[in-house]
Design a binder for this molecule. Structure first.
Ligand code: NAP
Length: 309
């Protein structure tokens, strides 16, 4: 039987035996709403095929109202695991039986392992961007002074927690809704304490999304990371004014639309080194593969499949 491109919540809930009937059987899926745009099946199936693992990876279109039921139905339908994407990552943390420390701190789960009847949750978004930055810029997050715009969103929070866990040189959290950045800065300050009594040395701060504050911080920053949803459409206003970018800055845009973004164009025009979010997408997927199969992911196969998609 040819594997359909997209399954529904109804398929999983009312026909759990359906997934074993394909060749190879469907044992993994990405769960989201919407889901048609997801690039994960392209590179995960390429990886499974290259490693000779007789398993298919599908898309599962699941609205929020059905998500908890679908999560609980995964073991009975023979799934080994799943990825979770918008808008379910926070619900996935609440829905799994056990979550690792990073998933708990980032408030979301994007990778699930089915172990008997139990669901184990992980988040590979933060480790994924860390690997992507090393690959793109030959620099480690822990050595960088980071300005993170969009720190109040799901991806922004995951990236901020990763920066904190790696104890990056400085972390400046920026968000349109300033209070979210402030709360997160307070929450992450303990990661930067070198001695119990030494204070956080202002190594993590929150600023408003305003040119004056951004100009001051970007002057002394090594990397600007955009984790806002701005840039998904090329007509979007740039999240940071072009005049604030400079040639000593690395610019990483978590957005990965074909044709690039205004931010990346402006960064290149300012002489900065810039990269889009495809590397983060690739590495979060490779890390999920490693969690499911406890073996290295075939990274180049996955990269080629992603680029060809
Ligand atoms: P989200 O939870 O909806 O967060 C959106 C963020 O963007 C919030 O910080 C929000 O600020 C900010 N924002 C939205 N509109 C804005 C505007 N007009 N001006 C300034 N800030 C604005 O979304 P998400 O799931 O974190 O995703 C954010 C982006 O990351 C998306 O483009 C997504 O594609 C990308 N992403 C990429 C990867 C990857 O692997 N490369 C993985 C995950 C996500 P407020 O808090 O003020 O609303």
């Amino acid at each position: 039987m040819v594997t359909p491109d997209i399954f529904s919540a109804e398929d999983l809930l009312s026909k759990p035996d359906l997934f074993a009937g394909f060749e190879p059987p469907v044992r993994l899926a990405v769960i989201g709403d919407p889901i048609a745009h997801s690039k994960s099946p392209a590179f995960q199936n390429a990886a499974l095929h290259a490693c000779g693992i007789p398993v298919a990876y599908a898309r599962l279109h699941v609205p929020p109202s059905e998500f908890d039921k679908v999560l609980r139905a995964l073991p009975g339908a023979g799934f080994l695991g799943a990825n979770v994407t918008i808008p379910h990552k926070a619900s996935a943390l609440a829905g799994v039986d056990v979550a690792d420390a990073y998933a708990r701190a980032s408030g979301s789960v994007n990778t699930i392992v089915v172990s008997g009847e139990k669901l184990h949750g992980f988040n590979t978004d933060g480790p994924g961007i860390s690997r992507a930055i090393r690959e793109e810029f030959s620099r480690d997050l822990r050595d960088l002074r980071v300005v993170l715009v969009g720190a109040g969103g799901g991806a922004g929070r995951a990236i901020a927690v990763q920066c904190a866990m790696e104890k990056c040189a400085r972390l400046v959290l920026v968000n349109r809704t300033f209070e979210k950045a402030q709360l997160l800065a307070a929450e992450l300050a303990p990661y930067f304490l070198s001695e119990p009594t030494s204070g956080s040395d202002d190594r993590v701060v929150a600023i408003r999304l305003e040119d004056g504050d951004l100009r001051r911080e970007l002057k002394n920053a090594d990397i600007l990371i955009n984790a806002t949803s701005l840039g998904m459409d090329r007509s979007d206003a740039p999240v940071v004014a072009a005049s604030l970018l400079h040639s000593n800055l690395l610019v990483y845009d978590a957005v990965y639309t074909r044709g690039g973004s205004r931010l990346l164009d402006d960064a290149v025009a300012a002489g900065a080194r810039a990269a889009n979010g495809l590397g983060m997408l690739l590495h979060q997927g490779a890390l999920a593969f490693e969690i499911w199969f406890n073996r290295p992911a075939p990274l180049e196969v996955m990269r080629q499949a992603l680029l060809a998609h």
